[in-house]
Design a protein around this ligand. Structure first.
Ligand SMILES: [Zn+2]
Length: 681
């Protein structure tokens, strides 16, 4: 599985295609954009349609209510929405199954086997302040939004600041960033932000967090910096990046207590840096994302002797990439991939169209080389891809002979069998360039019978359907399709089991902290560690936010944790989409909505005309006249039985929502969002 790379780049694409997103976005959490019939102030304890009393949520569920999301929470509207949503969250669909909950809300079971000791172990006399603290704000038990922190006394260093792709049930959310609330308090102590490499799940959150954590100096390699700098242009309001470019072999002292030595690792993007961090308690190694590759593209293999020398100096803790820990064997070398793709190039007819990701710098280089070998011109398509290619060319990570690259406008000047198109969109994303070429929606290029299509990446879980759709489209068009399952044309950038064993053998750490992986991946790496002789009690499987304390001999979890829940970015808003808005989106997606517009004279209590009913995504109104007339009758009844003069419209609206909601559920077993609007005359 190579979810990681794929995933990261998918996000890059999303962002770059932002202008193509539908404009009608739900931003209901902003009070001024609330629907006209905004719910009334904090009514709680309402009856749900099955007669159960619901309680207002006293605390938002785990994972969503980040401190700086509190901006709109506690406003009256939100209070009520929340209470009605509590009821919603308990509901079941018509098959009796519980409705989806956000994964981030699910109460995760505490770790049984690997939980480690909580609180200072007996016989340890050290002050908690005298320990080395390590914690993650993202990256443990998940793939994405990587952020790891080391703290000793008043020195803090931060490693990476990435974004994560939202889950299926988070409609409209662009991506998720780490919750850095703890670092906001301690920003004066941050001695540096180290970025290990240029993938978005390691650098993507920098523009959102940079100021909040006090604009710390950034230490990173050249390519990573260039990608970061390019992206920074999209945020003109932000201060300049303070960055120091580092390379393999550089040593940087950060604060009084940390010294970081950068070392070269292989990944599927060049300039990947591992970290050897000396601390007063012992040496910590952060592997970054890595694999061992004896034949990398435009790069040198990892220096094993250096890793062994680190091991000789003593490694207290190893923070190790676990993404591919469940895969047996060694990582596939880029050389093998090259050879496999060469076979495709030999057989290919027509134009070669490759769907890839914009940060697959290595893969892009191979495609260029093969095109040159087989007498093809190369054209790049997709905004992020073109911009990354320019950066990589400038730095020599992509070498391209003069005359090979042509522009889109020149494509027609060459026979199809002499052209390779490298485009974004290996996951069937609608807006991506490959999809537009295939759908004949592209301005300059259309796929034709006899062309060859290569997907040079594996499918991100969840994208299978759109990829299948894309493949079917291609086969209908009489094209040849190659994808990673047919031949090894995609190698992940992460170490598999044999590589992981090798690194454990070279570094010989006392404590092993698997990171950068789903929970199962971290546990599997832990098991590998056990096989390699690390005692089980020294293997640390943690959750985001959990603070690990280290002395030279021991480790334990702090009784407290730092907040590490999701902060969601939606358009330009950061953290202002909380659970309320998300649940609304889920309700609308599942059962639709019904708006009831009634014109009433509050002094006399008289209704003018028949109530107007508008519904979307609930039932087809024309086929349900009977139901509608019953709804109208009920509304009339509710309003007419209201005796207070002048009428309390807030109370009335609430009543309509309750009663009609209950009635619709009885009749249809669905729970559309009911939005009563009362117009006074
Ligand atoms: Zn990476």
């Amino acid at each position: 599985m190579h979810l990681f790379t794929v995933f990261v780049e998918e996000m890059t694409e999303q962002q770059n295609n932002e202008e193509q997103r539908p404009t009608a976005r739900l931003t209901a959490s902003r009070p001024e954009q609330r629907p006209p019939a905004g719910p009334p102030a904090g009514r709680t304890g309402r009856q749900d349609p099955r007669g159960r009393r619901s309680r207002p949520m006293s605390a938002a569920p785990r994972g969503i209510n980040a401190p700086h999301m509190g901006k709109y929470q506690g406003s009256q509207g939100d209070q009520t929405e929340r209470s009605s949503l509590t009821r919603r969250s308990r509901s079941r669909n018509r098959f009796g199954a519980r409705r989806n909950r956000l994964a981030s809300e699910r109460k995760l079971p505490t770790t049984q086997l690997h939980h480690g000791k909580i609180g200072v172990p007996e016989g340890v006399s050290v002050e908690q302040d005298g320990t080395l603290k390590i914690f993650a704000l993202g990256g443990l038990g998940e793939i994405g939004k990587n952020m790891y922190v080391l703290e000793y006394k008043d020195d803090i260093i931060v490693i990476d600041a990435g974004i994560m792709f939202p889950q299926d049930n988070m409609p409209g959310i662009d991506f998720i960033i780490p919750n850095t609330a703890y670092l906001h308090e301690k920003k004066a102590n941050i001695r540096g932000l180290i970025l290990t490499h240029g993938h978005m799940d390691h650098i993507g959150a920098v523009p959102y967090l940079q100021e909040k954590i006090g604009n710390p100096d950034i230490y990173t390699a050249q390519l990573t910096y260039k990608i970061l700098e390019k992206r920074h242009l999209e945020f003109p309001h932000l201060p300049k990046l303070n960055a120091e470019i580092v390379k393999h072999g550089d040593i940087v002292k950060l604060g009084d207590h940390f010294t970081v030595e950068f070392f070269h690792m292989n990944h599927n993007i060049p300039d990947d840096l591992g970290l050897f961090i000396s601390t007063p308690v012992g040496n910590v190694i952060h592997t970054a994302d890595f694999k061992f590759d004896p034949a990398p593209v435009n790069d040198t293999p990892v220096d094993f002797e250096q890793l062994r020398a680190f091991g000789d100096r003593g490694v207290l803790a190893l923070m190790c990439d676990s993404t591919n820990a469940e895969d047996e064997g060694h990582s596939i070398s880029e050389q093998t991939i090259y050879e496999n793709m060469d076979l495709i190039f030999q057989e290919a007819t027509g134009m070669i169209l490759v769907g890839t990701f914009s940060s697959m710098i290595n893969r892009i280089q191979q495609l260029v080389q093969l095109s040159e070998k087989h007498g093809r011109k190369v054209v790049f398509d997709g905004y992020s891809l073109k911009s990354n290619v320019e950066i990589a060319k400038e730095m020599g990570y992509i070498k391209i002979a003069k005359g090979t690259q042509i522009s889109m406008e020149q494509v027609d000047d060459y026979p199809r069998q002499q052209v390779t198109v490298i485009a974004t969109g290996a996951q069937g994303q609608e807006a991506a360039s490959l999809m537009r070429i295939v759908n004949k929606e592209h301005r300059f290029l259309q796929a034709q019978q006899g062309d060859t299509v290569i997907f040079s990446s594996s499918v991100i879980p969840g994208n299978e359907r759109s990829v299948q759709y894309l493949k079917d489209m291609l086969y209908r068009g009489g094209l040849r399709v190659y994808h990673y399952q047919m031949m090894d044309i995609h190698a992940g950038g992460h170490a598999k089991q044999e590589d992981l064993k090798q690194i454990l053998e070279l570094l010989r750490p006392k404590f092993l902290i698997p990171h950068h992986g789903q929970y199962s991946m971290m546990v599997t790496l832990g098991d590998l560690g056990k096989k390699m002789g690390i005692p089980e009690k020294n293997i640390i499987i943690g959750d985001n936010g959990q603070i690990m304390h280290f002395t030279p001999e021991q480790w334990w979890f702090d009784k407290k944790s730092h907040p590490a829940n999701y902060v969601m970015v939606d358009g330009l808003g950061i953290g202002d989409v909380g659970n309320v808005v998300l649940r609304d989106r889920q309700v609308l997606a599942e059962d639709g909505m019904m708006t009831i517009i009634t014109v009433v004279d509050p002094r006399t209590g008289q209704i003018r005309n028949s109530p107007d009913i508008i519904s979307r995504g609930f039932i087809y109104l024309k086929d349900n006249k009977e139901l509608l007339s019953q709804v109208r009758k009920r509304i009339r009844h509710i309003i007419e039985s209201e005796k207070q003069r002048p009428m309390n419209l807030v109370y009335l609206k609430d009543n309509i929502r309750e009663e009609i909601g209950r009635f619709l559920f009885q009749k249809t077993e669905r729970r559309p969002m009911v939005l009563p609007v009362i117009i006074e005359v």
